[in-house]
Design a protein around this ligand. Structure first.
Ligand SMILES: Nc1ncnc2c1ncn2[C@@H]1O[C@H](COP(=O)(O)OP(=O)(O)OP(=O)(O)O)[C@@H](O)[C@H]1O
Ligand SMILES: Cc1cn([C@H]2C[C@H](O)[C@@H](COP(=O)(O)O)O2)c(=O)[nH]c1=O
Length: 676
């Protein structure tokens, strides 16, 4: 198979496949180098600012100014940066943007003055504001549309992930300076100057790498959308203010950034207070980002069964609670371990909040909401980065009562620790508020949900074919959409099996008659659960599994989620027990995608007249069923699509098609798909 075929057949979400595109790979190397340099530069500049003042307050103020100036240009220039990027040739912006930033950094050690650090910080940020949209606008020219999401994931991971090697390099340089004195004597400020020179060089090399790209189109970047920041903020306020869920999300996300800002803003002086130097600072910085990365990567999987809304509130509250010991413990090693946990919790909150925003905010206001959240984050970060060191500097040093034998105070807390304590209180309040505003499981204890999510398994995904389930309340349009999907896939040339629960097998037909015939009357709820489970066992063993094994696309009208919703939430049997039985019956085989057609129960019931045994249940019963479907979807957004079933049949069908299409690569090649 040729390299091109190989690339075409790689799954849509494959990161390796995007990196095999030569021009994207070059842009990525450029981005990686400049991001690495940028993080090293941030560490070195804050360390340089720290060294430039003598008093505790003076050090804090110098660091605060550097950090504040990094955010300030985005606030002032944000609206016009997009406009400028639109007007300049993209190639020129990308290449010269890197050269200019590189040269500016190289001048810092040469001038060696604090005021010049401030000037360069503002200039570099201003250039970055134009460089960013030009880069974002270039990526779609380098990769096919269906690989854009994977390309964006790589860009994001590279921008933030490079903080880790940057911290390692900075720590290595400062440590080497401590171990081998005179090693960096050629530089006025030893390893700090070297780090800043290295930063400048990485930008210039990045510019050279990007200059070798052949496919950056000539002409200005198209950043698209409304770049008027004021309009974005006003629209965002209106929408957020009137939607409780989104209000909770925004409070949480902005709160998490505020807490992060306090930690970053005070990290250098805090490390000094605990007796650490530049290497300790580098380690602490790297640890926060290692934790963040781990949290984003593993966190949601660790608690995969938990409602995403609850997980978000819990992660935020945990971030706040972890800040307490961080502030009070005075040992650098323990503080570093706590920082890893703190980063982890913040990473879980960030990825969960972002996913929820993407999933819960309607398409027509999603862009504006993201832009609004972005503006709020910058505003709050700027305020916090400026205010935290000022507060810490003003508090100064507090000796707690009690002395040791030599008459020294037993415990001394500096301003940084006290400010962490204030942030801990604020963050915990934000976390609890977000949790309460967004809780979608009121009435179910958190302990129950946690036990449930830890005891569950991740499930089994077929190694071949593609398994799609349609779920939802009565009359939501499952059969209609299942048929539409089948017709489309068949026309596309796939081997498709359309099936349903209960009643697709001979045994199943009998079971369906028993459970749905009003003449059956009241039966024990556990009997009902077992009858549905028996239908599932037969269905999976004789229909679903064989079809998947030969590489077919299997569409089922209802599956395990129906029993969790109807017998679990509707009948009020213990969720865990119903789930265990259903998972056992189906050998824990899970759909690659479950489409939930969401509709108010009365609306669905108005679509037909006859009522079977289950349809005849109360509205409250069907409300509980609906809530459970949504709850299950929110727990694993990567495996679900929730659709507003009030939309037209055509619109719903095309929304489903768009989500199913990327999953089909594997069915085409006869290999399994796990979109997560
Ligand atoms: N989006 C829609 N808008 C309006 N009517 C719809 C829509 N989708 C389906 N219908 C109609 O609603 C009725 C029920 O649809 P369908 O049988 O597909 O629902 P269902 O979810 O499979 O129902 P059940 O839960 O009873 O199996 C049908 O008459 C169908 O034509
Ligand atoms: C699979 C499954 C179904 N049910 C209920 C849900 C519906 O009321 C009927 C099936 O009717 P449809 O017209 O075919 O949608 O059964 C359930 O309670 N538990 C289940 O596992």
């Amino acid at each position: 198979m040729s390299a091109v075929d190989d690339l075409r057949h790689a799954p849509t979400h494959s990161l390796a496949a995007v990196l095999r595109i030569p021009d994207f790979r070059r842009l990525w190397i450029g981005l990686g180098l400049s991001s690495l340099g940028d993080w090293i530069g941030l560490l070195a500049l804050t360390a340089m600012a720290n060294a430039s003042a003598d008093s505790y307050a003076g050090k804090n103020y110098a660091i605060a100014t550097v950090l504040f100036l990094r955010v300030l240009p985005a606030l002032v220039m944000g609206p016009i940066a997009g406009y400028i990027a639109d007007k300049i040739d993209r190639r020129v912006t990308l290449i010269w943007g890197d050269y200019i930033r590189g040269v500016l950094f190289l001048t810092i050690p040469v001038v060696g003055q604090l005021w010049w650090i401030f000037v360069v910080t503002v200039l570099v940020e201003a250039v970055s504001l134009v460089w960013g949209p030009a880069k974002d606008a270039t990526v779609p020219n380098l990769v096919p549309r269906y690989r854009l999401e994977a390309a964006n994931q790589i860009s994001l991971a590279t921008t933030y992930g490079s903080a880790l090697p940057a911290a390692a390099i900075f720590t290595g340089l400062t440590l080497a300076d401590k171990l081998y004195r005179n090693l960096f004597d050629v530089f006025d400020r030893g390893p700090i100057d070297l780090a800043i020179y290295a930063n400048g060089v990485t930008f210039i090399v990045s510019g050279l790498v990007i200059a070798s790209l052949t496919t950056i189109p000539r002409g200005p970047a198209s950043v698209g959308g409304d770049t008027n920041a004021w309009r974005v903020v006003v629209d965002g306020w209106k929408y957020v203010g009137t939607t409780p869920l989104v209000r909770g999300l925004v409070i949480g996300i902005v709160g998490a950034f505020a807490a992060g800002g306090v930690v970053i803003g005070l990290a250098r002086t805090f490390v000094s207070d605990l007796g650490g130097g530049d290497p300790g600072y580098g380690v602490l910085f790297g640890t926060v980002f290692a934790g963040l990365g781990l949290g984003m990567w593993r966190g949601p999987r660790l608690l995969h069964g938990l409602s995403r809304r609850r997980l978000f509130g819990i992660a935020l509250t945990t971030t706040g609670l972890l800040l307490f010991p961080l502030a009070l413990v005075q040992q650098l090693e323990i503080v570093t371990a706590l920082t890893l946990l703190l980063g982890f919790a913040a990473g879980v909150a960030w990825i969960t909040g972002n996913t929820l925003l993407g999933l819960e905010v309607p398409d027509d206001v999603r862009g504006r909401t993201f832009a609004f959240v972005g503006s709020m984050i910058r505003l709050v970060l700027a305020l916090v980065l400026a205010a935290a060191p000022l507060v810490a500097g003003t508090i100064g040093t507090i000796d707690l009562p009690g002395e040791d034998r030599s008459g020294e105070p037993l415990l001394v807390y500096n301003g940084a620790a006290i400010t962490f304590l204030l942030a801990a209180i604020a963050m915990t309040i934000v976390g609890v508020t977000a949790y309460r505003q967004m809780d979608d499981r009121k009435g179910t204890s958190l302990v129950h949900d946690l036990r449930h999510s830890f005891s569950g398994t991740l499930g089994v995904y077929s190694a071949t074919g593609c398994f799609i389930a349609l779920e939802g309340g009565e009359g939501a349009g499952k059969s209609t959409q299942a048929k539409r999907l089948q017709e489309w896939l068949t026309a596309e040339g796939y081997d498709v099996v359309l099936t349903r629960e209960p009643g697709d097998t001979d045994v199943g037909k009998e079971l369906r008659r028993i459970v749905l015939d009003p003449a059956t009357g009241n039966i024990s709820h556990r009997t009902e659960a077992l009858l549905y489970a028996a239908d599932k066992a037969e269905h999976v063993d004789s229909v679903v599994a064989p079809a998947l094994a030969r590489g077919a696309v299997v569409i089922t009208d209802r599956y395990v989620d129906s029993t969790l919703a109807y017998q679990g939430a509707g009948r009020d049997l213990a969720d865990l027990e119903v789930e265990r039985i259903a998972r056992w019956a189906t050998a824990d085989l899970r759909p690659n995608l479950t489409v939930v057609l969401d509709l108010p129960p009365q609306h669905g019931m108005s679509r037909f007249e006859e009522r079977d045994r289950i349809e005849g249940e109360s509205v409250e019963f069907h409300e509980r069923v609906r809530d459970m479907f949504l709850q299950l979807a929110s727990g694993q957004p990567e495996h679900y699509l929730v659709v507003d079933a009030r939309a037209s049949i055509d619109d719903i069908a095309s929304e489903i098609r768009a989500r199913v299409e990327p999953l089909l690569d594997a069915a085409r090649r006869g290999t399994g798909v796990d979109p997560a």
